[in-house]
Design a binder for this molecule. Structure first.
Ligand SMILES: [Zn+2]
Length: 85
């Protein structure tokens, strides 16, 4: 049987609360949103190239893959992409 990742936001891989309590509080930005933000920064500096490469479209697709929660800690992705829908 092949392993398939749990869907975004799923908590089944989250560590137990007594272990999470040992970790310092932190902010989480998921990989897709972090990459989308990097593309945004590039687009600000190179608007013509960004348009030619459809960076906006790529950013949208990345935000659509937001992981919602960090799978092991349950921290919510701090990107606002889902709140702006
Ligand atoms: Zn995210």
């Amino acid at each position: 049987m092949t392993w398939t990742p749990p869907p975004p936001g799923d908590r089944r891989e989250q560590l137990p609360d007594d272990i999470l309590g040992l970790l310092p509080p932190g902010a989480y930005l998921c990989d897709p949103c972090q990459t989308a933000r990097s593309l945004h920064a590039v687009a600000l500096g190179q608007p013509e190239r960004a348009a030619a490469l459809d960076l906006d479209g790529h950013r949208e697709r990345l935000h659509a893959r937001c992981q919602i929660r960090q799978p092991w800690t349950g921290l919510e992705c701090r990107c606002r992409c889902r709140r702006e829908e």
